[in-house]
Design a protein around this ligand. Structure first.
Ligand SMILES: *Cc1c(COP(=O)(O)O)cnc(C)c1O
Length: 375
């Protein structure tokens, strides 16, 4: 028995074929086609939110959001800075760097692993333009506190909501917050279009600008009016997205059941901390008591052909090419002890019990070993 950490959801063939037949009938493959438009509309309905733009992937979604919202500065010698979290997938910060923006890391909350609002203000200076928080594992950031700071200092907020598909905050879908929110639709995410992503903008004018940016900088009259890139979603990707969207409530229901089985299996293992599991079950993170326990757990799982991911590891304030200037001890601590367990549609209860048996056994023998070592 071999268990991967994730397995992309494959849509029902008959439903997918219906969409693909439409592509064959129209002969339209890319460039803002009918299926991309239909998926945009369906997502706007689902998220009760306008101003959604579909793009080629989550990394480009971040870059385009930064490009769209950036204020050009007269003084080219001082760098533009963004305050962001070190506890995220590296793309959040790579995309900043790629746009010539310096990520300034501030620490996370130990409770929800999201950017702590308390540490932001002290890092703001005249070069700061952005706050880039991440709703880690679907846990909502302290949005109201972050908003207050952003308003006070006239900063733009871009949320990386890649883990937060379908999550609500104070009764509204989470993508409705911030100047922009992005969600990656990569094959391994809860909802996917193979490769792809969305950006939700607060302002219609930003959406219009971003539409030009993703299409080589052409305006509606096909004139090159600004620096652009190619970041369009194509019709086949939209077909996969539309087919999967059809099943999304069942997908989430099944994953929530998986989460419940895991939680039950760990209920007598207090050293496994299951933090704030959110209601989309995009990930199954557990926090262990030490990196040593984590390494023995990983080793035990691997010997049974079970894949678990150190996610996120390392903390980005330790990654050289990002030129980190601050250290973030909470993020560093969490990142050494966190493990994401297998979760995907089709994972069976029997498999989950097998995984948990190995983990519980490893943790129990490990703590006995530690006791022995101490005596
Ligand atoms: C997956 C992910 C990304 C990158 O998205 P891609 O579509 O793979 O480029 C960015 N940020 C977070 C938090 C992610 O999980």
């Amino acid at each position: 028995m071999s268990i991967p950490s994730t397995r992309p959801y494959l849509p029902n063939r008959q439903i997918l074929d219906k969409y693909i037949n439409r592509i064959y009938d129209s002969g339209w493959l890319t460039n803002n086609g009918p299926l991309v438009n239909e998926l945009t509309q369906r997502l706007e309905e689902l998220f009760e939110s306008d101003h959604i733009l579909l793009v080629a992937n989550g990394t480009l979604a971040l870059q385009i959001a930064y490009q769209t919202l950036i204020n050009s500065v007269d003084d080219q010698t001082s760098p533009i800075e963004a305050i962001t979290t070190p506890f995220t997938f590296i793309a959040t910060s790579n995309a900043l760097k790629w746009e010539g923006i310096t990520p300034i890391f501030t620490d996370i909350n130990p409770t929800d692993w999201c950017l702590s609002a308390n540490s932001i203000a002290e890092k703001i200076n005249k070069n700061t333009q952005f706050i880039v928080p991440v709703h880690v594992f679907g846990n909502a950031c302290p949005i109201e506190e972050i908003n207050e700071i952003a308003e006070k200092y006239a900063l733009k907020t871009i949320y990386d909501a890649s883990h937060a598909f379908g999550i609500k905050y104070k009764g509204r879908n989470i993508v409705q917050y911030g100047d922009a929110s992005i969600i990656s639709f990569h094959a391994t995410k809860l909802f996917h279009t193979v490769e792809g992503a969305m950006i939700r903008f607060k302002h219609k004018s930003d959406l219009a600008k971003a539409k030009e940016i993703i299409n080589f900088g052409f305006n509606d009259n096909k004139e090159p009016c600004r620096l652009g890139i190619n970041a369009k979603m194509n019709e086949f990707e939209a077909a996969v997205g539309l087919s999967i969207l059809n099943d999304i409530s069942d997908i989430i229901k099944e994953r929530n059941n998986i989460t419940a089985v895991y939680q039950d299996e760990f209920k007598n293992t207090p050293s496994v901390i299951k933090l704030n599991i959110t209601n989309n079950s995009a990930y199954m993170p557990i926090l262990l008591d030490s990196e040593a326990t984590l390494l023995s757990t990983l080793k035990a799982l691997k010997s049974h052909n079970i894949e678990a991911k150190r996610y996120f590891h390392p903390s980005l304030d330790t990654v050289e090419h990002l030129n980190p200037s601050n250290r973030c001890p909470i993020s560093q601590d969490i990142s050494t002890r966190i493990l994401c367990l297998p979760i995907y549609n089709g994972l069976t209860t029997k498999e989950i019990k097998h995984i948990c048996e190995i983990i519980n056994h490893t943790i129990n023998t490990h703590s006995i070993d530690n006791l022995d070592n101490n005596h």
